[in-house]
Write a protein of this length. Structure first.
Length: 362
């Protein structure tokens, strides 16, 4: 068995490598953790379903696999802090792990729909929340990890929330939440609880530290941790992630050779806003936004409203230094990236234009 880290593992892959494949492999995805990886036994692990239900359940992994229809969904899973480095450097300092553009992965996840499990338990609320918990390891800021999503979202089959047992047609690895995790398409990865052991239907949102005191867009007035205290419990937790795009290649600060026709080839990924997918357009500019051209969207087997779109563009650009290319995505609901997004202390949900700056073009 591989050695596990002494501290919670937080890493992102090389962005140029990441955008080479529509489906992210188990070794190429990012890692975001608030605790050490618990090593669990799938043969004995149970998931309790309780709260406002008519029939509380205690489900084994075999129950989840054999007693419910297995549903595959291809979707992007993204840390709410993806692109935090850009907010930090383009706007002003923020608090949090210094994620660049690679805190995202696009995978095929398979397991029973959460709605099927809740229907088996018999939900007795018409409105409320579904809370997910992992009590398998102490976290940095709490003794357990938890999150919740609105009940109405959880009960809609077309929202495709699942209890994933597999990633890319293989059992989850320990780092991906083995033996079972929640997958919440379109929603911040902080709600996709790994090593799941409890599902609770309740009137209120989850009260875990990472739901109440983290992963929120605080107002600009919350300029430091002390000033933030008055806002934490007033602001809603991040749920849907915003429309976004990133330039994976060329990378900022690199030297780029033009193609024979005077163009530079740019590649990247684009993400829809929440449930408003799929991405329908990506545009790029090399003249500061005076003119934009459409990139080619690369269509892939298994793409869905929740998945990212890889894209490629050949864009005309003059030779020289300090050159820049920008990208912006639009999804099916018409959501389009802004030039810059509003600053917030935790640096979450940054979705300003994707960029490759300080290029030397020859």
């Amino acid at each position: 068995m591989p050695e596990l880290p002494d501290d919670p593992l937080n890493r992102e892959p090389d962005i140029q490598q990441l955008v080479q494949s529509f489906i992210t492999s188990k070794t190429d995805g990012y890692d975001r953790n608030h605790c050490l990886h618990p090593v669990l036994n799938a043969k004995t692990h149970k998931v309790t379903v309780d709260g406002a239900v008519d029939k509380p359940l205690e489900l084994s992994i075999d129950n989840l696999r054999d007693d419910f229809k297995q549903h595959p969904v291809v979707c992007a899973l993204q840390c709410a802090g993806n692109r935090r480095h850009t907010m930090r450097t383009k706007l002003k300092e923020v608090n949090g792990v210094d994620w660049f553009d690679g805190a995202v992965m696009n995978c095929k996840w398979t397991g029973p729909r959460l709605s099927d499990v809740l229907e088996r338990a018999g939900v007795s609320l018409s409105d409320g929340h579904v809370a997910f918990a992992c009590y398998q390891a102490d976290c940095q800021d709490d003794t357990w990890y938890g999150a919740s999503i609105p009940l109405q979202r959880a009960m809609r089959q077309d929202m495709e929330v699942i209890l994933a047992l597999e990633m890319n047609d293989e059992p989850l690895t320990v780092g991906r939440g083995y033996p079972v995790r929640v997958i919440t398409p379109g929603i911040a990865g902080a709600r996709a609880v790994k090593w799941l052991d409890r599902i609770t239907v309740q009137r209120e949102e989850c009260m875990n530290h990472y739901m109440v005191f983290d992963y929120k867009i605080l107002p600009p007035e919350a300029t430091d941790t002390e000033k933030a205290k008055k806002y934490w419990e007033k602001m809603p937790p991040v749920q849907d992630m915003p429309v976004n795009s990133v330039i994976g290649s060329p990378s900022s600060g690199s030297a780029v050779k033009r193609n024979a026709n005077g163009t530079v080839t740019a590649r990247g990924y684009a993400l829809p806003g929440g449930a408003d997918g799929p991405v329908v357009k990506v545009e790029v500019t090399a003249d500061g936004g005076e003119t934009w051209q459409e990139a080619d969207l690369i269509h892939s087997v298994g793409e869905s409203q929740w998945s990212w779109k890889l894209w490629v563009a050949k864009i005309a650009i003059e030779p020289g230094s300090n050159k820049a290319i920008y990208s912006k995505a639009t999804d099916a609901a018409g959501n389009t990236q802004p030039d810059k997004s509003r600053w917030n202390l935790r640096g979450v949900c940054y979705n300003g234009y994707g960029d490759a700056t300080d290029l030397t073009v020859t």
